[in-house]
Design a protein around this ligand. Structure first.
Ligand code: CDP
Length: 236
């Protein structure tokens, strides 16, 4: 049987030659900083998929939709205008960069992310984003397992709960350490136990424990794993 060529850019198999570096891991593992730095070093585009889930949660809250109410949130995800570029998150034309990081959205995002229709919509958008650019560094929870199973390199960052809570507490100065640590534990649990695309390392991911490591050391480790793999722009 001859396989039909896959032409739908939202299908993972449509971009087998795309140069994707997948960086997954739980909150506070250093994903964003590492992904942004690796992208800059390699002159690749960078996509923060967590900001997309946060954008949908923000849109739901703004319209008074209960984030756990599956159907209306799924309908909203299908039509919301989302852009995540250079750290600026725009939701239906509104700059929501600050609000998407706030406590209200952080509380709401796990139930939005557990909604399978929201996931399939955002996964399709993520694949189109890569298809348009020919590759990129993509950060999230399910990038190596579900979104880009053919990624050139898959990295899964971990760190102890204390190290992750410490890092996040330094970023969000208006919340106590205990509040931040409890939020991280709650999201770890929700993200790892949900039925749709739970947080887990791909079987072929490089796992890096970032506890006690500086960002530069993690970036060097990631780039070290790329040595020996073909560079951007070459055939897969
Ligand atoms: O930055 P932080 O690790 O706090 O979270 P994030 O990357 O902004 O992601 C926020 C939430 O979105 C996570 O807790 C997950 O529930 C969800 N998420 C997901 O389910 N799949 C992704 N690819 C990215 C984020």
């Amino acid at each position: 049987m001859i396989d039909e060529p896959v032409t739908d850019p939202s299908d993972a198999r449509a971009t087998p030659g795309a140069y994707v570096i997948a960086i997954d891991g739980p909150a506070g593992s250093g994903k964003s900083t590492v992904a942004r730095t690796v992208a800059a070093r390699l002159e690749l585009a960078y996509l923060d998929t967590g900001a997309m889930y946060r954008g949908v949660a923000f849109a739901a809250l703004r319209r008074g939709i209960d984030p756990a109410d599956q159907e209306p949130v799924a309908r909203l995800a299908a039509r919301v205008e989302l852009s995540v570029e250079e750290g600026v998150v725009t939701v239906d034309g509104v700059d929501a960069s600050i609000e998407v990081r706030g406590p209200e959205v952080t509380r709401a995002v796990s139930s939005v992310a557990a909604n399978p229709d929201v996931r399939s919509e955002l996964v399709a958008r993520q694949r189109r984003w890569v298809a348009e650019r020919g590759g990129g560094v993509v950060e999230g929870r399910d990038i190596g397992t579900v979104v880009f199973p053919l990624a050139r390199l898959k990295v899964f960052l971990t760190a102890s709960h204390e190290a992750r809570s410490d890092r996040r507490a330094k970023e969000v100065t208006d919340l106590s350490y205990d509040t931040v640590a409890a939020d991280i534990a709650r999201r770890d649990h929700a993200d790892s136990t949900r039925v749709s695309d739970p947080l887990q390392a791909a079987a072929d991911a490089v796992v890096i424990d970032t506890t006690g490591l500086a960002i530069d050391e993690v970036v060097a480790a990631v780039l070290g794993h790329l040595d020996g793999l073909s560079p951007p722009g070459s055939a897969p």
